[in-house]
Design a protein around this ligand. Sequence first.
Ligand code: PLP
Length: 389
Amino acid sequence: MSSLNEGLRLLPTGYLFSEVRSRVRRRVQEGADVIDLTVGDIAYPLPEYVVGAMSSAVLEMCDNVRFRGYPPDFGYYFLRQAIAKRYAPLGASISEDDVYVGCGGKSDAYALLDLFGEVNAYVVDPSYPVYADASTIKGLNVIRVEAGEENGFLPPPPPIDAPSVIWLCSPSNPTGEAYGSAQLKEWVDVARGSGSVILFDAAYSAFAEGDSAGTIYCVEGAEECAVELNSFSKSAGFTGVRCSWVVMPASLRFGGERLSPCYRRLLTTSFNGVPYFVQRGAEAALSTQGAEEYLRVIRIYKDNARRLKYFFEGRGVRCFGGISAPYVWVKCPLGLSSSATVEMLLDEVGVACTPGAGFGRCGEGYFRISGFCTEQAAREAIDRLGRIF
Ligand code: PLP
């Protein structure tokens, strides 16, 4: 009898972004001139102010008095406090005691699932593949919530009648669409009514504008039913540095039990913290100067996304997102499948995009194009795409 985790057998054979990355790399090795717009990675350096704070913190490590060993279990107080304070302008009150510093949104998402038994996990389709993959690996029963043009890729909650896990991501990867607080309130009501927990991934909150909610805690009652994940990757450019956080309000319960003591227990067994210099860099990113610097870069990514969106709209191609997110979600032309479209764009004009089907069944017939690139790359990509669309 096999002792392998059965959930692993149910996964697609390769993780979407690893597959996409190796396909692009192969083309480049063959000599193709590729503009890679598959990416959710940074194209500009980190803010100088943040790097300065990290450098000073590294130097403390060779000081007889100021060197540090293991960090505190859930993050240094200075960072937890800075993270908690960030919520006030977003209309939410968060205690630093409810903040847990981690080393990335992906690993936090994976770790959080250890809290739950074999319950249902509602996952919007299409969405960031980690939600469905990780839920499957951990033995939860994945139920897809279909998103499509009929609901603007922001589906309302389905009826839920048993305590479950609900994954939400807003602004959304991959569609770039974002829920407003009135729409999130519907999800909060359903979660509270069924004793469910929402795992709200706000990784792209720094891109949110207009009515888009920058946190689920701007909705009344969310502190009773929602955990929020966020990360410095997409805001301050920490994709290569690694720092994130989870907010888990002390009042949150699942199946009658308070979740935060269980999460603390789980973390103390599985995780030894984030390096001191990284936490100092994250703290600097949350300061006025740090935020000013990273928002200048985000402005470029947002302008890129907007330019791509307007390009497609100008050519009569249906598309979504691109305003509160770095991604534009584009309908494939001429009834082509998402992978055939992506192959065609790569072969004919050397623009690499991500096939929508990789984000779930409802992603078939669409592709994702990313504004995480230099301004020059975005302009060049639009010139090239103009030969096709
Ligand atoms: N959440 C979403 C929606 C993402 O798109 C990503 C990365 O692309 C992550 C989380 C993970 O980010 P990180 O692990 O770099 O914090």
